[in-house]
Design a protein around this ligand. Structure first.
Ligand SMILES: [Zn+2]
Length: 93
């Protein structure tokens, strides 16, 4: 599942899959939602938090779809509070 992709300056780009459209995209175009080891669900803006993560595009379409089909829930194996989706929608690019 991990791809090695480099940008024009030779820098490694991390590619992750959106849980909604299932497209592989650079991490910078995705938002990471993480379940910490103690079970707290949070939005991981800096991709720095430990725990099980799921990625979704910074687009209303993918965020709404992930809410309907529970893609994030499946990815992190936890309930996602509706407040999380409300915050996610503010990240829309
Ligand atoms: Zn997507």
């Amino acid at each position: 599942m991990k791809h090695r992709v480099y940008d024009s300056s030779g820098k490694r780009i991390c590619i992750r899959m959106c849980v909604s459209c299932r497209e592989n995209k650079p991490k910078s175009e995705l938002i990471r939602i993480v379940k910490s080891p103690d079970g707290v669900v949070a939005i991981d803006e800096k991709s720095a938090l430990a725990g099980r993560g799921a990625y979704v595009c910074k687009s209303r379409e993918c965020i709404e779809k992930s809410r309907k089909n529970r893609g994030i829930e499946r990815g992190i194996k936890a309930q996602v509070p509706k407040e999380i989706y409300e915050v996610l929608l503010n990240f829309e690019a």
